[in-house]
Ligand binder design. Sequence first.
Ligand SMILES: Nc1ncnc2c1ncn2[C@@H]1O[C@H](COP(=O)(O)OP(=O)(O)O)[C@@H](O)[C@H]1O
Ligand SMILES: [Mg+2]
Length: 301
Amino acid sequence: MTEPAISVSNLVRTFGKTRALDGLSLDVQPGEVRGFLGPNGSGKSTTIRILLGVLRQEKGETRVLGMDPWADSVRIHRRISYVAGETALWPSLTGGETIDILTRHHRSPHERGRRDELIDKFELDPTKKTRAYSKGNRQKVALIAALASDAELLLLDEPTAGLDPLMEAIFMDEVRALKAQGRTVLLSSHILAEVERLCDSVTIIRAGREVQSGPLEELRHLTRSTVTATVRKDPSHLRANREVHDLHVDGPRITFVIDDAAVGSILSTLSALDVVNVRISPPSLEEMFLRHYGDVVEDER
Ligand SMILES: Nc1ncnc2c1ncn2[C@@H]1O[C@H](COP(=O)(O)OP(=O)(O)O)[C@@H](O)[C@H]1O
Ligand SMILES: [Mg+2]
């Protein structure tokens, strides 16, 4: 078996009374694009900072590309790149200068070419001082630097925070291209849609611990959508439909919850009810967590 790109076991890290990581384990194989999901405060950034060798765990073991990030951070940093959602830049440097500093470990001719290509794609003006940039533009600087490198492992911590939808689409194209080249990506996010479109598998954490991990298809049962519709015919027989959960009927307006796999068959059921309008909204990650883990968290308190 090949060595995992990331191998973390039983990490514990506290900040005062806060247990940011409470026995977290995570394995990512080379070439995998792994979503790293969890509500705010669940320990995603703490994990990534330990992988970077910026923070040290109190208990447990961490290997990145087979090395210990605390002891080997210089060697590791030549082979990884990193983006944080909250990007702090040097205010008096220009965007172009900042990209050059962030990519100082990665200066092959190919990487220079990629830098210029990405500056074009993301429509960044690299001559402006970074203090003049919007949050979105600061984010582009960090992304360009990370995506331009030939690094084999990318650690992306909520990388699209502050990007507009057009730029987010470009980011997703770029990550897909890296994936096709066999690079490894750990993508922390609280945007389920982004993770669904990019990742093969996901790890969901809560309170510093893994709650689910696996290929996206296997976690499908976690994703249910809410259907809101107005119908002209009597919807009461929906109660007997086993795909329909939590049905509420309020005159002609109905709402219920379905597994995403049932969307197709529900649409034909609804059209038989002479539907006037329908809206199907996917769950936010928060809803997903509340539905599936709310009780677990209550028990722990
Ligand atoms: N440097 C720090 N000092 C004190 N508390 C921290 C520090 N970093 C993280 N924490 C706490 O640890 C927990 C996990 O934070 P974090 O890893 O940033 O979560 P996430 O990235 O999932 O939002 C939170 O309760 C946070 O407040
Ligand atoms: Mg974070």
